[in-house]
Ligand binder design. Structure first.
Ligand code: FE2
Length: 359
């Protein structure tokens, strides 16, 4: 690995530097009743868009950039509307945010509007900061992220922490410092479109299936890479979730398997399960037509709804460049299974196939 050793000034946000403590443990949030703020939202978004100067769709199926909106100025009604819009669009991008300078307590308070905040099992938090803050720090003075991806493709679409019994919903990713020049983007992929683009009869086969999600592999990698310095704050988390889920606010169906955490299809033989999951992961990896790509500047905040999207890092900038961000991860509802529909005429409704008379 060639590392850029050019002298650069110290980090802009030293209080957000990562802290690794192999002896630390965290108490999980546990079961809770989730009341999604999106249910309370006015669908005309009068509070969210009050000061908006531009609303820019980043791609047809995923991503909207809101210009002129400051998260820190939003009322509770504005945050409710933000929850609805991110559920509909998968991700929202907001630039030049004062949110990054509000301090730990206020940042935690705003993100908690969307649900109780997850505490990560192995990613670092700030030394003096709350354990709910996940720090992403890649720099010549900390190559831990580089090391963990040294022998595999950095492109891995995933849902953050899908093995939780109640996985995350609207999630905040806040860029404090990005590498000089291009690089370090995040690719967000719409799982509602990933599902709807499959053929109607294949979609029906997926509905009703469940899959095992586990943190076993990432924890094994943390131990492999860091030995005695490995941070394992929680035991392995494991849940069974529907393969096709329904968003509790929009009612939209989404594919809910990901290559980081989904291990097997329940009740299927290993070869059958591997075959289906490989197809679905390949389908997501190839689905450039339902992604958007976010380029960062310091002060960019991206919010994605983990129930309808997956995302991947790119890690394409030279090793040694400093990329420093934090994530706040509100937990949401236990995944809602999509009902297997009877003869609903979906095949005939599928316009692309109808035009080609392939249905
Ligand atoms: Fe992630």
């Amino acid at each position: 690995m060639a590392i850029d050793t050019t002298e650069t000034p110290g980090p802009l946000y030293p209080e957000y530097l990562p802290h690794y403590d192999p002896l630390e443990s965290v108490v999980t949030v546990g079961r809770f009743e989730h009341d999604d703020p999106g249910h309370r939202a006015d669908p005309a978004f009068p509070n969210l868009l009050k000061n908006a100067t531009n609303v820019l769709e980043m791609s047809p199926h995923c991503g909207t950039e809101l210009q002129g909106v400051q998260i820190s100025d939003l009322s509770k009604a504005g945050l409710d509307e933000l929850a609805l819009m991110v559920a509909q669009r998968g991700c929202l991008v907001l630039r030049d945010q004062t949110f990054t300078d509000l301090g730990f307590e206020r940042q935690r308070e705003i993100a908690s509007h969307f649900g109780p905040l997850h505490k990560h099992g192995w990613m670092p938090h700030p030394k003096q900061g709350p354990e709910e803050f996940v720090i992403v720090y890649d720099s010549k003075d900390d190559l831990r992220i580089r090391k963990s991806w040294a022998r595999k493709s950095p492109i891995q679409f995933h849902v953050d922490q899908s093995p939780e019994a109640q996985p995350p919903g609207a999630t905040f990713f806040c860029m404090l410092e990005s590498p000089p020049g291009a690089g370090g983007d995040t690719i967000i992929s719409s799982m509602t479109r990933a599902f709807s683009r499959l053929s109607p009869s294949f979609r029906k086969r997926l509905e009703g299936l469940t899959a095992v999600h586990t943190t076993a592999n990432p924890i094994a990698r943390e131990i492999r890479d860091n030995g005695e310095k490995a941070v394992i704050r929680r035991p392995i988390t494991r849940s069974i979730h529907p393969v096709v889920t329904v968003h509790p606010v929009t009612g939209e169906k989404a594919l809910f398997v990901n290559s980081s955490y989904t291990q097997s299809i329940v009740g299927w033989d290993e070869e059958e399960s591997d075959y289906l999951l490989k197809f679905l992961f390949d389908h997501i990896n190839r689905g450039h037509d339902f992604t958007c790509r976010v380029r960062y500047e310091p002060g960019t905040v991206v919010i994605w709804d983990q129930r309808v999207t997956q995302h991947s890092q790119t890690l394409d900038y030279p090793a040694g460049g400093r990329r420093h961000a934090f994530r706040l991860t509100p937990l949401a509802n236990a995944p809602v299974a999509s009902l297997v529909e009877e003869d609903d005429g979906e095949c005939r409704k599928d316009e692309g196939r109808m035009m080609l008379n392939l249905c």
